[in-house]
Ligand binder design. Structure first.
Ligand SMILES: *Cc1c(COP(=O)(O)O)cnc(C)c1O
Length: 381
């Protein structure tokens, strides 16, 4: 695609495979796991990340993230694991923002020790704290922005600059923003990761992961990742390509709906606080406006206590109470009962996560119907 091609056009056309045989309009699916080895430079094999559908969709994701290259994985966590373990070895040190996805934290807490890899978790979003945590053996800074569940935002350019200054690899989990709302490579972040299970898939029916970076980083990651074995099945690759064609359309609707809903919540007397970077009252509103193209479909709001939060999730009708996020359907979950259930109430409250908090993945339904559903559930409290 030409450099100035619009993002919606990239979603539809970037990387698409031509059907030279029948001239169909969509990418053909090549599920073969066995390819001719005579007179070819590179042996094709799905686990090597080099089959036609994987290469085609990787091109689309690279284009959407303004990166040279990309890879697909069987889950977001496989992408996260493969990206980190392609660059670290025993004795190295990694810096993590503490408010990252629970599964990533679990990977770090449970597996790093086994490999003698050190790590530091940073509670704050203050860049100085990240720079101060750097040690001679530090290799990676890993961040997530906007964060779960309070939608705090970190300065991407500052993280990119520190990483360059100390020759570290910066990795961001860009799942919440999607490539439509945020392109971290533009701010100097090295590796951009997505749980494609969320917005990229968008219909709550695909488990997949992706990462985008420079050609040379991707070559290094491939070298290790063919040994880890976490690539995505061709059938799901094909389905994910189909899903991403509507990504820009969906995310714009998610953005609009989340802003409408957060304004409704802001004015509701039963809501103690609303966290959405699109609101001027959000502490990171200005920073978000600088580094994001849209504020996303994720928001959180706080009710009085856990009982009220549980009652609320029982009373919603159109909106589903469900874990995950990023689907076309609106879903609400309680961080206390899901993502943050394994840490103590005190630890949660230190992070600003009170028991009355509900995280809302705002879908693409008509906003008035979402708001009406919230309204009737509030009336039941
Ligand atoms: C879901 C999620 C992941 C993990 O992705 P899986 O596809 O479930 O492996 C990582 N990061 C964030 C922000 C997520 O929401």
């Amino acid at each position: 695609m030409k450099k100035n091609t619009g993002v919606s056009t990239k979603c539809v056309h970037s990387g698409e495979l031509k059907d030279n045989q029948y001239k169909g309009a969509t990418s053909p699916l090549f599920p073969s796991t066995a390819y001719d080895f005579i007179d070819v430079d590179n042996d094709k094999y799905p686990r090597y990340f080099n089959t036609p559908n994987q290469l085609a969709l990787s091109k689309k994701i690279a284009d959407l993230e303004n990166c040279e290259s990309a890879l697909l994985f069987s889950s977001g966590l496989a992408a996260i694991f493969s990206s980190m373990f392609s660059f670290i070895k025993s004795g190295d040190h990694v810096i993590f923002q503490s408010s990252i996805y629970g599964g990533t934290l679990n990977l770090v807490a449970k597996e790093f020790k086994k490999f003698n890899i050190e790590y530091t978790l940073i509670d704050s979003f203050d860049i100085n704290n990240y720079e101060e945590a750097i040690k001679p053996n530090t290799k990676i800074i890993f961040i997530e922005s906007p964060s779960n569940p309070l939608l705090k935002v970190i300065d991407l350019e500052a993280i990119g600059n520190i990483s360059k200054k100390y020759n570290l690899i910066s990795i961001i989990d860009n799942t919440f923003a999607s490539p439509i709302n945020q392109n971290p490579a533009d701010f100097g972040i090295d590796i951009i990761i997505h749980s494609a299970t969320k917005y990229l898939g968008g219909h709550s029916d695909i488990l997949a992961g992706a990462l985008a970076s420079t050609k040379s980083n991707i070559e290094k990651i491939v070298k290790s990742s063919i040994n880890y074995g976490g690539n995505l099945s061709e059938y799901t690759v094909w389905l994910l390509e189909r899903s991403i064609k509507t990504l820009s359309l969906r995310v714009k609707k998610h953005n609009d709906n989340a802003l409408a809903v957060s304004n409704f919540l802001l004015n509701h007397k039963k809501v103690k606080s609303v966290y959405y970077p699109g609101l001027e009252s959000h502490p990171d509103h200005e920073l978000s406006s600088r580094q994001m193209n849209g504020y996303g479909g994720m928001l959180s709001f706080e009710l009085s206590n856990l009982d009220e939060a549980i009652l609320f999730t029982r009373k919603i009708k159109l909106i589903k109470s469900a874990m995950s996020l990023g689907g076309v359907e609106s879903t609400i979950c309680s961080p206390t009962l899901t993502s943050h259930s394994k840490i103590s109430k005190e630890e949660r409250e230190n992070l600003g996560i009170f028991d009355g908090l509900l995280r809302f993945s705002v879908g693409i339904e008509d906003p008035k119907d979402i708001i009406n559903d919230l309204s009737q559930a509030f009336d039941e409290l």
